[in-house]
Design a protein around this ligand. Sequence first.
Ligand code: AMP
Ligand code: MG
Length: 407
Amino acid sequence: VRDFVEILVIGDELLSGETCDTNSHWLDGALESIGWQVARHTTVPDHLEAIAAAFEEAARRVPLVISSGGLGPTGDDLTMAGLARAMGVSLYRDQGVLESIRQRFARFQREMTPNNEQQAMIPEGAEVLENQVGTAPGIAARLLGAEVYLLPGVPREVRWLFEHRIRPRIDRQRAAMVRRTLKVIGVGESRLEHEIREVIAAHPAVRWGFRTLGMENHVKLAAPPEAIAALDAAEAAVRATLGPKLYGAGTDTVEQVVGRALRARRETLALAESCTGGLIGKRLTDVPGASAYLLGGVLAYANEVKVGALGVDPQLIERHGAVSGEVAAAMAAGARERLGATWAISATGIAGPDGGSPEKPVGLVYIGRAGPQGAEAKELRLPGDRAAIREITASAALDWLRQELAG
Ligand code: AMP
Ligand code: MG
């Protein structure tokens, strides 16, 4: 099939829980960005017949096969031999490769051992791709009509060889799919699809996808370059349909969008965090330049701190409990006033696993928002474990502020 590529990663360590296959992940992105669709990943042990069979099977299915691993100097590095077997050729000692290995050892003043010569054993008919960041060269070959590229396992060498030796030969960037991502918070994926169903039906040239990440949902649009007008029209229609529910696009995060809005309005923000334990502050300060709008916050975990540092009325806590809308609003109002900010957001809730009760179960959270117009709170009932509840709470609080700033 045209445009399809398969990735083979070779090494026992990738099948025993020792090493995580990050090379496939990186190659996926690199290939996708130049117009190739990755159709399959195969992980193969350091076993000659298994390697030969994997190359042969992949080359029968797709026109491009890229492998990583098994090009080292030791007895378990069998990728060259496996490819040679699949091609029905033998290995020869490449004098050029041998010389560059010798020079590399000399340059680093290390002594070469006889097994290093294995890295100069190349399948007959294959082409050597010089590697300037390691000893093992890359290889280009043809197998059953497919183009095959061999890369070492070391991630840094994979990236260098791909960028410098392979990408220029296989670049089909002009054919790459054009992609757009539109992002919402707090609208589930089924509701999201339902709300834009007419836009989807009206734009059949666009490939539609949905992705859920905690409280976020992303609509993904993709189209080939010749259908870019349809893609633009579809994106505009989604934006019009979702309106202010949409918080951003592409690589935007809600903390960036909130920061941009505050900066544009020359306003400031304070935080009062209980169940999120500083997570909202962490996420806001992940954005460089956050000091332009974030004043600070109070990590008010204990009731005494809610009262002492934020000025929450102890009677409110007694009457409604620390996890209540009244306390969330008072926390936000207190942070805004004590820190002298334009806006404040707060969170108080039961993140679990303990501390829940029939009236106040795990996942019950209140977020607060205070501004020039006063303070208010919103109740959330969240699914998931402690980590998920905290992350979703932070997203919800940030998005609630974003909506106010946008409106
Ligand atoms: P090799 O070329 O097979 O000798 O691999 C060299 C080293 O690269 C291995 O010891 C692993 O630490 C690393 N490595 C190999 N394959 C992968 C992979 N698919 N993803 C990430 N690291 C890898
Ligand atoms: Mg290996």
